[in-house]
Write a protein that binds this ligand. Structure first.
Ligand code: CTP
Length: 411
């Protein structure tokens, strides 16, 4: 569900810089319009050498201009920025970062950046050398010090044969970050800079034979959103993903892939050694089959035997036991109410039982939380404080979790 602004569709100005990643702006545009945003595209002249204006006009349903001398009576160079709820620039080239940092305004997009009073999200894409150049580092630092959100780029394949940091984050992640800023303009401060974070995500699968497993319904999306938001707030993030191959890797995050609870346990403990914060968002199977049959179990093997199970280690409890001084351990709980108590009562009992510093609590059942886009819940801290997380996207939910973690760390 798209967050409305004063009961109307949110207005996004999508700036497009002149880099090869401009073609991915089309996907961002399509996702934004399909999820109920009104989008005006403001490409640079150079961007139009990569993608034609007709493509942006067709996808946005709006005219596309690059300069300030078209439609002069409407004063578009001022109006566009003034009336926007978000200015998003995909891709932001090194040249655009420099212009934005120094207030240059020689086309419609750079004028819009000067007149915007709304959140501004610049999503860089450039070669690693350009991203790491001291001029670019200084421009990024200057822009961030003014409250502009300059996203962390991804690592991976760049234009041509080279790979490295500077790749555009996936369009789905860009749109999630954009929607987050529309809902919460202050959701991406750099308050996790210098922190090492481990997040586990997804659901473990415990094999019965080479083709079958005992699993659960966790998609991993909430854990991925936690990792994405942490990286964008400046943290160094390791994401341990259990069976999350369908999800796009968040930008700036190191992903370790695992399958079973025992694999997840090893990966989390290894990454937790020098972490400041460990967040156990994964749904870890409490039991695994005592034996994994080496070949596929066949109907012709005879009547089925009951599956004998054995207990898996509780990774969260182990993390709490091994916790270094100053390290913060966060657990998740997905609960339904029952005869033994309501969701909150179960959450409080679990917080006490697990001994973690913070428990993030979701109500599940009736299609809530699992495999859905939105989430809501509670934050139960070991110190006794309890807060609700209002309904919103999984990135929105994640931003509330990180707010609380930063708050606990500051105490
Ligand atoms: N967890 C874990 N290792 C396990 C099981 C759970 O680390 N073997 C972690 C989860 O990642 C989560 C928290 O513990 O952060 C709570 O998970 P949950 O399954 O709700 O806890 P359980 O102790 O299994 O409680 P229940 O009896 O309600 O299933």
């Amino acid at each position: 569900m798209t967050h409305q602004v004063d009961g109307r569709r949110p207005r996004v100005v999508l700036g497009v810089g002149g880099g090869i990643a401009a073609y991915k702006a089309c996907e961002v545009l399509r996702r934004l319009t399909e999820s109920g945003h009104e989008v005006r595209v403001a490409p640079t002249e150079a961007a139009l050498r990569f993608v034609g204006a007709a493509t942006f006009e067709a996808l946005s349903g709006q005219p596309v201009r690059t300069g300030v001398f078209a439609d002069v009576p409407e004063v578009p160079h001022v109006r566009l920025g003034q009336t926007a709820d978000l200015v998003l620039v995909v891709p932001t080239t090194a040249d655009l970062l420099a212009k934005a940092a120094h207030g240059l305004a020689d086309d419609l997009l750079t004028n819009t950046l000067l007149t915007a009073r709304c959140p501004v999200l610049l999503v860089p894409a450039m070669h690693t050398e350009m991203w790491e150049h001291p001029a670019t580092r200084d421009n990024v630092a200057l822009l961030r010090s003014r409250g502009v959100v300059v996203a962390e780029p991804a690592s991976g394949r760049l234009t041509g044969a080279d790979t490295g940091r500077g790749r555009l984050p996936e369009p789905a992640e860009i749109v999630e970050l954009a929607r987050l800023l529309l809902a919460r303009p202050d959701a991406l401060p750099r308050d996790l800079a210098g922190r090492r974070v481990v997040v586990s995500a997804g659901g473990t699968r415990e094999p019965l034979d080479p083709v079958r497993f005992l699993g659960n319904r966790s998609s991993g999306r909430q854990g991925y959103a936690l990792a994405s938001v942490a990286a964008q707030r400046g943290a160094e993030v390791t994401l341990v993903g259990a069976n999350t191959t369908g999800l796009a890797e968040p930008a700036g995050v190191e992903v370790v892939r695992v399958g079973t609870a025992l694999e997840l346990r090893d990966a989390v403990h290894a990454a937790a050694k020098d972490a400041d914060i460990v967040v156990m968002a994964a749904a870890v199977a409490d039991f695994r089959p005592r034996e994994t049959v080496e070949h596929k179990i066949k109907k012709t093997d005879g009547d089925p035997e009951p599956v004998a199970l054995t207990r898996n280690p509780d990774v969260l409890v182990e993390l709490v036991r091994d916790r270094r001084p100053g390290q913060l351990v966060v657990g998740f709980a997905a609960e339904t109410g029952d005869a033994g108590g309501d969701v909150l009562a179960h959450g409080r009992a679990k917080l006490a039982r697990k001994g973690c510093d913070l428990l993030v609590l979701n109500a599940v059942g009736d299609g809530r939380a699992f495999e859905v886009e939105d989430n809501a819940g509670w934050l139960l801290a070991a110190g006794g404080s309890e807060r609700t997380i209002p309904h919103g996207s999984k990135a929105h939910f994640a931003s509330h979790v990180w707010d609380e973690i930063v708050h606990i760390l500051s105490e």
